[in-house]
Each structure stands twice: as C-alpha cells, then as structure tokens.
Design a protein around this ligand. Structure first.
Ligand SMILES: [Zn+2]
Length: 304
C-alpha cells in the first residue's frame, strides 16, 4: 500500500506508556457490553432513524436485523494467543504507528463519503494504541485478546505487537494484512453507528451460546465485508500495490475459526465458531472489495 506521505489521522490515542492505566472509563469488567453509547434521549430517535436507514441501505428488514458487538478480531479472545514480549515502544513501531494513522485516516475519508452519500454524518472513531493491557468502557482487556472495538466508547483498541503475531504466529504477513485488521474493527464502528450492533446485543440476550455464536459470525463477516468495501475505495485511489489484496485475504484465511482451532487444538468445534470459517471470512472480504457496495454486505439473512 502506497501510504507514505498521505494524511494521518488525529484520532490516535497513544497509551503505550500507560501500562494499561489509560482510558479511565471505569467499566465493570464486562468485555462485551450491550451497546448504549450515546443513544440516550434525543439520540434514540437518531438511532431509530439510523436503523431504518441501515435496513434500507443494507437491503434487509430493520425489524429483523441482527446487529452485533465485537469480542475482538479473534475468536474467544484472551486465552488463545500467548502474549509476546512487549515492545510497544520500540522505535520500529513509530513507523507502524504512522501506518496505522494513515490507514485510519483513509477509513475516515471513505466512510465519511459513504455516509454523506446517504445523507448521514460519519463520526470518526478513536483508535487507542496500547501496550499489554488496557482499560476501556468495555472493561479491562489484555493484548492477548487481539484488537477489538468497544461500542461503549466508540474506540478501536490495538496493541501493535499483534501485527507480529499475525505475521509470525498466524502466517499472515504484509502491510495490507494489518490494514485489514484496522479496517475490520472500523467496520464494527460502522455497525455501531448504524444501530446494527445495538440490535445484535439486544437479540443475543437470553440466547443459547450456540445461537449467539451463529449471530456473532454474521456480524463478524459483515465487518469483514465492510473492510472489503474500504479496500475497494482504497484501490480506486490507486494506492494499492500488487499483492495487497492477497495479503488481506490470506489474513482472513489464517484467522478463520476453523483454521485457528485446528492450529491451536488440533480439531474444530463448529458450534463454537463466532467469527466465521476461513472460507467465509475470505468470501465476505472479497465480496465487499469487489463491489464496494454496502448492499452486498448483508450477512444478516440468508446463507453465509
Ligand atoms: Zn470483529
């Protein structure tokens, strides 16, 4: 990706030297909070409008949509990845920070444009760089859980050492694999803004774990598709390089539930899948990338 010299986002919060004390938002130790966010009072009217618009936009019935929350980029979270040595402050990461800030800026431009074309206003998310552990509105999180989005504070949380794991542990190398990770989390922010995520969190209350997992897969695949939509517009700007998309698709493959489970435990438990198989993740990422249309990212109904 030809990212150098392009705009970098101001929405990066660098908490890498805070040893997890940053954020300061309290939280109750609940990693997955039902989204409420800013939707109190007048905001709820906005939410209703957004849900209806989203329904129209994505081509599904708003009364039946299943929205979603994010438990991180990876299934399960927390116990599947061994933490690597913390070198979040290493100079080498300064360039990586610039890269992340540039990718984030590009997602801001893309989503602002898409929202605007629908008469909506995109609100930029913040991206918190942390080192080892962090406190968010969704509770306390360890880097071992992988990058995640917290709907409660509208922030993406990323420990950039994850990029090394992606490369070395998961076999997903390349800049654009990393860009895909950021774009996937931003995809959850889009789901949050459009009310899909809140709806999902409501619906999964009281569901069996297996059903909630199935719902989660649909939400995760949509975030992959949204990442693909972003990549589509990035390609139109002429800043993708040969191999970029392949690199993102490979990342989607390597972090598919089945591939990860095979690697981690030697067998797969389909009922426990909550992010989608390698095949599904690649398919939806490719789908968003191909058309750049949100209407092609309707993972909420039909086969996935
Ligand atoms: Zn996700």
């Amino acid at each position: 990706m030809l990212w150098r010299g392009r705009r970098q986002s101001d929405n990066i919060e660098d908490e890498r030297s805070d040893s997890g004390g940053g954020g300061g938002l309290g939280g109750g130790g609940q990693f997955r909070v039902p989204i409420g966010g800013r939707t109190g009072g007048g905001g709820s009217i906005l939410l209703v409008i957004l849900v209806v618009l989203a329904g129209w936009y994505f081509g599904f019935d708003p009364s039946q949509i299943l929205g979603g929350g994010d438990g991180g980029l990876l299934p399960g979270g927390g116990d599947q990845i061994t933490e690597t040595q913390d070198n979040g402050n290493a100079p080498a990461n300064d360039e990586m920070k610039q890269f992340v800030a540039t990718v984030l800026a590009d997602t801001e431009d893309t989503w602002t444009g898409i929202f605007k074309s629908q008469g909506l206003t995109y609100e930029d998310p913040k991206l918190v760089l942390f080192s080892g552990q962090v406190r968010s509105a969704c509770g306390f999180a360890s880097a071992a859980a992988g990058p995640f989005y917290c709907p409660g504070d509208h922030k993406v949380y990323l420990d950039m050492t994850f990029f090394q794991q992606l490369d070395q542990q998961f076999g997903a190398s390349g800049e654009f694999a990393r860009a895909y990770v950021v774009a996937h989390e931003v995809g959850h922010h889009v789901q949050n803004l459009t009310g899909i995520m809140g709806k999902f969190n409501q619906m999964r209350q009281g569901m069996s774990e297996a059903d909630a997992n199935q719902l989660s897969v649909r939400i995760e695949l949509q975030a992959d598709c949204f990442a693909g939509v972003w990549a589509h517009f990035t390609q139109q700007k002429g800043i993708l390089e040969q191999g970029d998309i392949e690199s993102a698709l490979n990342a989607a493959k390597q972090i598919g539930d089945d591939t990860l489970q095979k690697k981690m435990q030697g067998y797969v438990v389909p009922e426990s899948f909550n992010h989608g198989t390698s095949q599904q993740r690649q398919t939806w990422l490719a789908r968003g990338f191909k058309s750049g249309k949100l209407s092609d990212c309707n993972t909420m109904s039909g086969p996935i």
